[in-house]
Unconditional design. Structure first.
Length: 93
C-alpha cells in the first residue's frame, strides 16, 4: 500500500470491511489462492488515502491501478485499450 494507507490503517480496515459486507470485494486470499483462481498473471493495486477537499478529517480511498508489480504488470497493463476505448471530454462539452 501507499504510505498514506500505512499512516491510517484504521481507515483502510474500515473501508475493506464495508466493501466485504456489501459483497463488492472478496477475500482475503493468499497469493497461492489467487493464482489458483485467476492464473499466474494477475495484478493487485495498492490503496492510499487523500483528504477530502471539503473536510480534511474525511478520507478518500485511492487505488493506484498503474503501479507495476515485480514482474512489470499493473492492473491497467492487463486491459486491452482497443476493447475498452476511453474518450476524454471537458465540462464545456
Amino acid at each position: 500500500n501507499m504510505p498514506s494507507a500505512n499512516e491510517h490503517p484504521d481507515v483502510i480496515d474500515t473501508y475493506i470491511a464495508e466493501e466485504l459486507a456489501a459483497d463488492r470485494v472478496s477475500g482475503p486470499f493468499s497469493q497461492f489462492e489467487v493464482e489458483n483462481i485467476l492464473g499466474e498473471t494477475f495484478a493487485s493495486c495498492p490503496l492510499g488515502l487523500v483528504p477530502k477537499a471539503r473536510d480534511a478529517l474525511q478520507w478518500r480511498i485511492v487505488r493506484n491501478l498503474s503501479k507495476k508489480n515485480q514482474g512489470g504488470v499493473s492492473v491497467n497493463s492487463l486491459l486491452d485499450s482497443d476493447l475498452l476505448p476511453t474518450a476524454w471530454g471537458s465540462a464545456m462539452e
